[in-house]
Design a binder for this molecule. Structure first.
Ligand SMILES: Nc1nc2c(c(=O)[nH]1)N[C@H]1C(S)=C(S)[C@@H](COP(=O)(O)OP(=O)(O)OC[C@H]3O[C@@H](n4cnc5c(N)ncnc54)[C@H](O)[C@@H]3O)O[C@H]1N2
Ligand code: MOO
Length: 392
């Protein structure tokens, strides 16, 4: 069943279930999405804390104070401070309960065991009060937030050891093609260096997703069936090539034989018309066309949004941006188009010489223009929609 780009998108959304929540050590939660609101388990700061190196005093009219003790970061002494007493205090240390002001060291003069104020301090100055930043019980991170490096550091400041996050998908990749060669040996006649598996792994890694297993199979029916059936434990199975109608394209047959239910096959788009999407149990399967730019298009347009959706709990979202077209493009074929482009300051230029059988367009692009099947063409200055590439 051939579908439009928007139907393909809604069908994927219908079948994409969020992954399970799991407790992870905080350090391993980077890049995951929170599966619960996080409330502050303690206040920050959790005690009255000096912001400067200096002297803690009870502010009055006195000019001189007797230094009666010391409080450094990590100490938890309290001091009975009379009117003319001061405590030597260091940044981060507990301020004695009776003190209401910390005088900065530079504004004092030491004379034996006494300090003299060079000028009157600001009352209540240089003391961080309990919960000044965050009160115990405050919402510090919302369910659905991505744990980026800074949030992770912030959560560490509450002493959190574990957080409840949504799992990352287990991804398996199968790369088909008897003509494909690994790097390292000269190309044999008719051979092609493998790039789709390598590109997929890199694009996914850039977006925080890891490929757990990558299998290479020749264009043989039994090998394809075996690889597919062995890979159906994954959350997401991505297959490259072998999905067209040629005599050596066995992927569709292998998927059928392995009991994967087809959701759609073929999208009214260029490139990447022969894309297949289906499901068996919890495993979502994409068979992507082998032409490298067709594969890369499907990866950006369908696979990445799906992975982000199931790993975040958010809606399936293509995040199209709007720009102004610097050039012209015809779309007489009645298909939706994806075209490699360069976007700068909102101006979008479609790249020349882009072919679906190399990644040369993607290597030069920072945007992928989307033209809907209903749009017959666009001219200079027209609004154009695009997907930002390499934005991780
Ligand atoms: N009669 C028809 N022929 C084709 C149609 C069609 O509708 N009717 N669709 C064309 C389109 S569009 C595409 S895209 C391709 C998709 O074909 P496959 O998915 O079966 O891909 P392959 O035949 O396996 O490979 C196509 C091309 O890409 C090269 N390739 C494949 N995998 C890799 C890889 N991992 N690294 C580098 N290069 C790769 C492969 O060598 C071929 O040149 O079908 C059209 N035909
Ligand atoms: O999907 Mo294809 O040949 O248009 O790359």
């Amino acid at each position: 069943m051939m579908v439009s780009v928007s139907s393909a998108f809604s069908l994927i959304a219908q079948h994409a279930q969020n992954l399970q929540a799991v407790k992870l050590p905080l350090k391993q939660s980077l890049g995951h999405y929170l599966a619960e609101d996080i409330l502050a388990p303690i206040s920050l700061p959790s005690f009255r804390q000096s912001a400067m190196d200096g002297y803690a005093i009870q502010m009055g009219s006195a000019q001189s104070y007797e230094v009666v003790g010391e409080s450094k970061a990590g100490d938890f002494w309290n001091f009975d401070l009379g009117e003319n007493a001061a405590v030597r205090i260091l940044t981060g240390a507990r301020v004695p309960d009776m003190a209401d002001t910390v005088v900065v060291q530079e504004n004092t003069r030491m004379d034996g065991s006494k300090i003299h104020l060079k000028r009157m301090p600001r009352p209540f100055g240089n003391i961080r009060s309990i919960g000044e930043q965050v009160m115990k019980g405050d919402l510090v991170a919302k369910k659905g937030s991505k744990v980026n490096a800074t949030l992770l550091g912030f959560l560490a400041s509450f002493g959190l050891e574990e957080v409840l996050v949504i799992s990352k998908p287990k991804i398996t990749v199968i790369v088909t093609g008897s003509e494909l060669q690994a790097a390292g040996l000269p190309l044999h006649p008719g051979g092609v260096y493998e790039c789709n598996g390598t590109a997929m792994e890199a694009v996914l890694a850039e977006q925080g997703f890891q490929v757990e297993a990558l299998h290479h199979v020749p264009d043989e029916r039994s090998a394809t069936i075996e690889a597919v059936s062995q890979s159906l434990g994954a959350d997401v199975l991505l297959i490259s090539g072998g999905i067209s109608v040629g005599d050596y394209d066995f992927v569709k047959a292998a998927l059928q034989e392995s009991g994967v239910e087809e959701v759609f096959y073929q999208v009214n788009q260029k490139p990447a018309r022969p894309i297949w999407f289906g499901k068996k149990g919890k495993t979502l399967v994409f068979a992507l066309p082998g032409n490298p730019a067709a594969m890369a298009t499907c990866l950006q347009v369908y696979v990445l949004p799906l992975l982000h959706k199931i790993a975040s709990g958010a809606e399936l979202n293509l995040n199209l941006e709007k720009g102004i077209l610097f050039g012209e493009v015809e779309n007489a074929c009645g298909k939706s188009r994806f075209l490699c482009a360069q976007e700068k300051n909102g101006m979008v230029t479609i790249l020349e010489k882009q072919s679906c059988n190399t990644l040369s367009g993607f290597a030069r692009a920072n945007a992928l223009v989307f033209i809907d099947e209903s749009v017959p063409g666009l001219g200079f200055g027209d609004k154009v929609q695009f997907l930002r590439l390499n934005s991780a």
